[in-house]
Ligand binder design. Sequence first.
Ligand SMILES: *Cc1c(COP(=O)(O)O)cnc(C)c1O
Length: 413
Amino acid sequence: MNPTDLLKVAHEFDAPLYVYDSAKIVSQYNRLTNAFKNVGNLRLNYAAKALSNISILRLMNGLGSGLDTVSIQEVKLGLMAGFKPECIIYTPNGVSLEEIEEAAALGVQINIDNLSILEQFGSKHPDIPVCIRINPHVMAGGNSNISVGHIDSKFGISIHQIPHLLRIVELTNMNINGIHMHTGSDILDIDVFLYASEILFETAKNFKNLEFIDFGSGFKVPYREGDIQTNVEELGKKLAQRFNEFCEEYGKELTLAFEPGKFLVSEAGYFLAKVNVVKQTTSTVFASVDSGFNHLIRPMLYGASHEIVNISNTSGRERYYSVVGYICETDTFGNNRRINEISEGDILCFKNAGAYCFTMASNYNSRYRPAEVLWHEGKAHLIRERENFDDILHRQIDVKGLFGSKKEKVPTK
Ligand SMILES: *Cc1c(COP(=O)(O)O)cnc(C)c1O
């Protein structure tokens, strides 16, 4: 989207506002699909937690994507958005057996990441096929160094526990139809990723009834100029070849699955906020916007760098600004950024605001969460209303009767 369109949308729907460009989501989806065109059965399961608005889920469903979910609520949202249960994979971490059973009853693919629940679930429901989440303990260690570390991650079943896992499968007679990994780290070095994939292939040989192998995600997108991004085309070529070789060896054509979140939606999103105050101090010029980490927490939580553009003044002289929010905490979006001259009332645009931005928003400081707009074929569609004061009070219970209004006289001495 260009600054003129973004500004138009900001004027129509007011700020703070999230805007998502459907064309960018579609092109990212197609780019990934194309990178893996040599795989016979490819399945992309969009990771709902990145951006879970039901209209975005519908868009993904329309593209032919599946859905990766991490809570029973995301499963239900996915079903409401039209996904067939068999197109949803449920990959929770640390949830109760009851929640997993509830998801299984809805017909979605279960993915279990610990031996305790695996044994309980397998004993009770040996007929329901289950995917297992493996922790390959692989991480990049500097320049193409591969280390088998990360031993204390809470995610997945350790490859060192495969013998125990196999005993459970044998005793319960359960059906393992998929294996999965998602290390959670960015794929920066394709060789490291391929090394982890080899561990997954090795593990896969233990199971006779597999239907798919799920390689999780970790596709990195650029946040600022010069950022390294995952070369998905190179990864697609190399992994597809290895995957096809493995299937031949395994004796069956399996489905290759991925669960991209950030890759599909990050760059499609723009967060628009209005400048309330320009404040010159002795050493810094602050631009305070009508937002804070209640709307966009990634810079403060992860140190993420979101590019900031003044869309109200795209040709003005560049100056240095620290862009901050209105929350009573340190909520710095960017320190000493070069931005076209800012006046109070200008609209600043934060880029890469599609993934893990709105979904992490809160009502901290009793502020409203922003509205969301989908930009589709040159038109803006409201897909979430801005909150109002009723939303702040919603479900609160005012126990005013407990405290009465009459003031007891407190004796003072
Ligand atoms: C969050 C998550 C993803 C998506 O990760 P991205 O970095 O956004 O692509 C995929 N799989 C699982 C299991 C996740 O928890």
